[in-house]
Structure formats: C-alpha cells, structure tokens
Design a protein around this ligand. Structure first.
Ligand code: SF4
Length: 369
C-alpha cells in the first residue's frame, strides 16, 4: 500500500540502522526525545529502540493528549456530569478510562448514573446536541493543535445553527511551549541533544513554529512521520546535525508538513480560541501561554463560562510516576506499579491508558515469558 509499505521496507530499514551506527562518534551519547505519543507508539510497535546502538537513547516525551491533562481538570468534568442531571458529557474514548481523583473515571461516573458518552469526533457531539434540544451537551475537549481545529469548527457550526445547548470544556494545549519547558528544565532529566518533532501537529502549525526552540536551546528538531523508516531517518538527520554542531529545524515528513502549516486551520483556531496566561500540565506544572481558551465572542459556548466549574486540585495515585515519565526523567518500567498494579486493563495512571502513552507503549514491548 502506498505511503505504508514503502516506509516499512526491511532493506531500507537495515540501511538506515547502519547509517545510525556509522554516525556515532567515539565517546559521544545521543539523547533524543520523541515528543509525540504517536512516535512512542511506532517505536514500540516496530521495536525500533532495539535496533539502535547503545550510544543512541530514545526518551519519551509528553505528546500524549490524555496523558498531559491534569487530574484536576478531569475532576472538574466529573463534578459537572455528576451534579447536573441535565448535562450530557461527551468526550473521546481514551479519556473515559483515565483515572481521576480517588480512582474515579468517566466510566465509573457513567456506571453511577451520570450521562457520559463517548464520541468519535466533534461532529458526533453536534449530533448529540441537535438530538437533545432540552439537555445541555458539554464536549470535554482535549488535545494538541491536531484536535483543536475540529473543536473550533464545531463551535462555528453551532453558532451558524443557533445551537445553544452545546458547549465546550476547553483543555486544548500547545506544543512549542511544552518543548521549551522540557528543554529549559534539566533538573531531573538528561539534557536532550535532539527532538523528533510531531507529525500531525506539524501539519497544522508548520515546521517554522519550532525555530525559536531550536535557536534558543541549540537543540535540533527533525519533524518525522509515523512509519518506522520515518523515525529511523529522522534519527539519522538529527545525528548529522548534532555531529556538525548545527541546531536547525528540518522536516523528514515532507509528504505532509510545510514550513507554514495549514493556514485555514490556523485561521479557524484564531477565530475561536485565544492563548491562556497559564495552564497546568500533568508532569510539567503550570506553563505560561501553553494552552487555549475560548474567545469572549464564543463565551455562550464555553462550558467554563456557562456552568459553575470551580478549579480542583486532583490527586493521582501516590505511587504513579506519570509526571516523571512525561518529563523524560523516568522510563515506564522505572515505576514500581508498571506491570504489577498498573496494566492497560487496570491503569493507575494516564500514561497506561492510551496507546500513545509511554507506559502503554512500553507494555506492548515487554518481554514475554
Ligand atoms: Fe503511572 Fe502506571 Fe505508568 Fe506507573 S506504570 S507511571 S502508575 S501509568
């Protein structure tokens, strides 16, 4: 199949792993972070880490949408769904199983009677609102710049239709500020030598968006696709920059990413959202200008403006190391719950829920007896 098989060719893969091995300079180590959970999943699925020389280490980043949502925001959504019988809370499937405070989740809230529904897209949320004109439909929106344009589109459509019973609890976050935070904080993680930049996010924001990160920290960024050869080639490109002492933004994923991104999607986001002063990320803490809120012009569709949703301080499982895993300070198997109390069937933290989570990805590659 075009764009799939050609990026999984074993002979080409062997050639790229040889190129990686040849690029290692004596005595040098290469700490490369794949920011995006899609890459983490691809690396685990295809066993790419096992193909690399010891000097090249891949470190998982925080680019998993359900993982970075802090527990407090999930608690706010749960409280709303429980306290308002007229509310139908809609969200994406992965979020349903993410543990909230006290071991709750959207699933347990649903089992206890709250009207919580899984949707596949914002179009589904619009359809639920149309079908239930006497209920309040709240879409719990999460994700990076990839899922933000569809949320914006839903609000524009709701405005066009005069659909007043739909609102959005906005938790959309921004990628470049998170990369800056990770590069700036080297307190408990090894300094990074290069970043494998996200694929889908970059189709929206464009490769130019990372130029300030690369320039400020002297760390190269290579945007890669999600197939195994994409990732291996990005590693070759990063190592070439590191060895040459360069730190620029390059794109391996040229079949989808341009320098300036998708202007239509950007305009849509700009129309509906504005940047929050600060937003709490799981594992990264409060980051300035790192998330979006709904503009005042669309306040009628903003769940936080429409309902009483007091901020909550969430409580994670005390032994869950998701925060450190998301910062790249710990690997999943360093968590003492990994594979014992915490498995994909019974996740104790967000990183074990989604296939994009580092712990879930590591679980798929665990040694089998
Ligand atoms: Fe959290 Fe489970 Fe990962 Fe441990 S293994 S860090 S408990 S998600």
């Amino acid at each position: 199949m075009r764009f799939i098989d050609e990026y999984r060719d074993p002979a080409l893969g062997r050639g790229l792993t040889r190129a990686i091995a040849d690029a290692v300079q004596p005595g040098r180590r290469y700490h490369l972070m794949e920011f995006c959970g899609g890459h983490t999943h691809a690396i685990a699925q295809h066993g790419l880490a096992d193909l690399l020389p010891e000097a090249v280490r891949l470190i998982h980043g925080p680019g998993c949408p359900v993982c970075v949502l802090p527990v407090g925001r999930l608690d706010m959504a749960l409280a709303l769904a429980r306290s308002r019988p007229d509310v139908i809370l809609c969200t994406y499937g992965d979020l349903m199983r993410v543990p909230a405070s006290g071991g709750d989740s959207l699933y347990t809230a649903r089992a206890a009677g709250a009207d919580v529904r899984m949707v596949y897209s914002t179009l589904d949320a619009l359809a639920v609102a149309r079908a239930n004109p006497h209920r309040e439909v709240v879409f719990l929106a999460i994700g990076f710049e990839t899922t933000t344009p569809p949320t914006a589109l839903a609000l524009v459509q709701a405005e066009r239709e005069g659909l007043r019973n739909l609102s959005v609890f906005c938790n959309h976050v921004l990628t470049p500020p998170a990369i800056v935070a990770i590069l700036a904080d080297t307190a408990d993680a090894p300094p990074l030598d290069g970043i494998i930049g996200p694929a889908h996010v970059s189709t929206v924001i464009g490769s130019d968006a990372y130029a300030p990160c690369a320039a400020r920290f002297g760390v190269p960024v290579v945007i890669a696709g999600f197939e195994p050869l994409d990732v291996l080639r990005a590693i070759v490109m990063l190592m070439a920059q590191i060895n040459a002492g360069r730190a620029t933004v390059e794109t391996e994923y040229t079949r989808a990413v341009t320098a300036t991104g998708n202007r239509t999607a950007q305009a849509l986001m700009e129309q509906v959202f504005t940047v929050r002063e600060s937003f709490e990320w799981r594992g990264l803490g409060a980051l300035p200008a790192s998330a979006l809120r709904i503009r005042d012009a669309y306040a009628a569709w903003d769940a936080e403006a429409r309902f009483s949703m007091p901020p909550r301080t969430g409580r994670e499982h005390p032994a869950c190391a998701c925060g450190s895993v998301l910062r790249g300070a710990l690997a999943p198997h360093d968590c003492r719950l990994f594979g014992r109390a915490c498995t994909p069937e019974r996740p104790q933290g967000a990183c074990m829920v989604s296939s994009e989570g580092a712990c879930a990805a590591a679980w798929t590659r665990r040694p089998r007896l």
